[in-house]
Design a protein around this ligand. Structure first.
Ligand SMILES: [Zn+2]
Length: 350
């Protein structure tokens, strides 16, 4: 456990639910942990006892990626700990593949409605269809403009055309809208939607005052910092500012709220963790500003922020993250943006 994590408390200890098992958080709310084929090797899903239109079963929050391993774990959970009861509603916090991958499969199988925000539904549909602008190849000119000249890396990124559709083969073609501040009743418990920005288009976290539980999705994670990236589809975006502003929306929650994050373990210490995340970004912003005493592209910034070897998948996230920090400083008027004769965008002190 790193020193920052030691400032949080993990009421469930180190025991993790095995694939296909469900760990009870409180009566009627269970924790599933599904495998992921990445360095980040798992996602947490939540199941809540529910009754909708006379059908008794489960509302599930997030789905896992479409893989044989995740489908097998779902089968095991559904017939075992979930008592053969149907999924009566699928809720997604946001559009990333680990969250909506099996949404089409689960909704079709149980005739369940799909609940998420309009922003996330739209992006999930766009990316599952690999529309130009959000598909793998669209990232190439974006990264070239920001200094990526390594042809081998570019080739590897080009070949990631089917990255999203391979993990999300189908997204339901209709949805029920979640909106900021909306109250959603699941079983006999009320939950409030808290939208967040910067990580994804319109992320929904869910807070239950009665249970004192926050389903934080990817907006607040105990161990890793949430990815905040500038992507090709929104090249002038300022997602780090949006993310930091969104963290303010959790300020009114009780200090002892139990946080159920999408990655890592359930924890208490929400406000401590948010303060750690703020300090993390302030430190990164200081490093980036210091480096920009001489003009720097986003590619120049990556090794300053990430001091390890990165593969193509990791590099695409690292570049997006470096740009997010550069764009905040640019929007704050600390940096200016200059396009060189080589066509590469560089940032320097204003
Ligand atoms: Zn995410």
């Amino acid at each position: 456990m790193n020193p920052l994590e030691a400032q949080l408390s993990y009421p469930f200890g180190d025991a993790l639910p095995a694939p296909g098992a469900v760990r009870e958080i409180v009566p009627g709310l269970g924790w599933l942990r599904m495998p992921l084929p990445f360095a980040l090797d798992h996602i947490n899903l939540w199941v809540l006892r529910d009754e909708r239109e006379g059908r008794s079963g489960w509302s599930v929050i997030d789905c896992g990626v479409a893989s044989d391993a995740t489908r097998a774990a779902w089968e095991q959970a559904l017939t075992g700990p979930l008592q053969g009861l149907p999924v009566v509603r699928v809720i997604a916090t946001h559009c990333h593949p680990d969250h909506v991958g099996l949404s089409g499969w689960l909704c079709a199988r149980f005739g369940a409605p799909f609940w998420l925000t309009t922003g996330e539904f739209g992006f999930a549909r766009m990316m599952a269809a690999a529309l130009p602008g959000v598909d793998g190849p669209s990232a190439i000119p974006h990264f070239e403009r920001h200094g990526l000249v390594d042809q081998d890396m570019l080739e590897q990124m080009r070949s990631r055309r089917n990255y999203y559709p391979s993990l999300v083969p189908s997204v339901p073609d209709a949805y029920t809208r979640l909106q900021d501040g909306q109250h959603v009743t699941i079983g006999n418990t009320g939950w409030r939607v808290i939208t967040g920005f910067g990580h994804s288009p319109e992320h929904a976290s869910l807070y239950s005052e009665a249970l004192n539980i926050l389903v934080s999705g990817d907006m607040v994670l105990p161990r890793i910092s949430t990815n905040v990236s500038v992507f090709a589809v929104e090249p002038e975006g300022n997602p780090l500012q949006q993310y930091l502003d969104s963290l303010d929306k959790f300020a009114g929650l009780p200090d002892d709220v139990l946080v159920l994050p999408s990655h890592g373990k359930p924890f208490r210490g929400l406000h401590t963790r948010i303060q750690q995340l703020r300090e993390h970004h302030v430190a990164r912003l200081d490093e980036v500003l210091e480096a920009c005493k001489t003009p720097r592209s986003a590619v120049d910034i990556v090794p300053i922020m990430f001091r390890r070897q990165l593969d193509a998948h990791q590099l695409s996230f690292a570049l997006g993250e470096a740009l997010a920090h550069l764009h905040k400083l640019w929007n704050d008027g600390m940096l200016k943006r200059v396009t060189g004769v080589d066509g590469i965008i560089r940032f320097q002190l204003n």
